[in-house]
Ligand binder design. Structure first.
Ligand code: KIV
Length: 261
């Protein structure tokens, strides 16, 4: 069983890079865990993937809770991190704490991830005091799509310093790791060197302590992927071939054969 402490220790530059992938259902989570991935993120990217929304904004707390429970039921070894969807934290402190805690208590997650901002520094401190491990997330934070779009963040000196400072304050507040999304590799390297917790990059270059991608992109299931994602398979084509083969076999009468009846 991977613990938050195991992940925290991988901030050392000599340690093996942390591998993290999203999963949103039991079958995929089992495959991801069998492959030896360290951390499974039940990301709110479930919104643009399995749930068919056009951003992560409509994703609800109950959707994340139900998906997290499915992933937790299917896994023993990987650290399961549940992502807090838009407006499930930040509106009111006690509601934020309760939402995070329920993902551990009821859904079986091991930790929570929160898209970070000024408003999540104190919240992180409070959650950690209560025994709720927090993964921070800076740089491109897709829940701010209306404000930022999906552009690379931290390209100017002032914005880079702001992101660096935000990551540092969350580390000081007790976060056990921080996701750096779509920032220049030089900024990710600077943050990684400055923090004593691991950085996990997505579109943030090779110098982070670990990497994360959306599983649909890795499998080749997504119709569209961000520029920094890489396909390691072609599941969309394989699924399509299998479904067409089934359709043809039924249409031609080849399936089911009479001996199966
Ligand atoms: O929701 C998600 O999948 C994420 C990762 C891209 C880090 O937040």
């Amino acid at each position: 069983m991977t613990t938050v402490r195991d992940i925290r220790e991988r901030a050392d530059s000599d340690a093996q890079p942390i591998t993290m992938l999203t999963a949103y259902d039991a079958t995929t989570a089992a495959v991801v865990e069998e492959a030896g991935i360290d951390v499974i993120l039940v990301g709110d990217s479930v919104g643009d993937t399995a749930l068919g929304y056009d951003s992560t904004l409509p994703v609800t707390y109950d959707e994340i809770a139900s998906r997290s429970a499915a992933v937790a039921r299917a896994t023993d070894e990987a650290l399961v991190v549940a992502d807090l969807p838009f407006l499930s934290v930040g509106v009111d402190e006690s509601e934020s704490v309760r939402n995070c805690g329920r993902l551990l208590k009821e859904a079986g997650a091991d930790a929570v991830k929160i898209e970070s901002g000024e408003h999540t520094v104190e919240l992180t401190e409070r959650l950690v005091q209560l025994g709720i491990p927090v993964m921070a997330h800076v740089g491109l934070t897709p829940q701010r799509v209306k404000e930022l779009g999906y552009e690379k963040q931290g390209t100017g000196a002032e914005d880079a310093d702001r992101i660096h400072d935000l990551a540092k304050r969350h580390a000081e507040a007790g976060a056990f790791s921080v996701v750096l999304e779509h920032v220049p590799a030089s900024l990710a390297a600077r943050i990684t060197a400055a923090l004593d917790i691991p950085t996990i990059g997505i579109g943030a270059g090779p110098d982070c302590d670990g990497q994360v991608l959306v599983v649909d992109d890795v499998l080749g299931l997504s119709e569209r992927s961000p520029p920094f994602a890489r396909r390691f398979g072609s599941l969309r084509e394989e699924m399509s071939d299998a479904v067409e083969a089934y359709r043809d076999a039924v249409a031609s009468g080849e399936f089911p054969p009479s001996e199966d009846s």
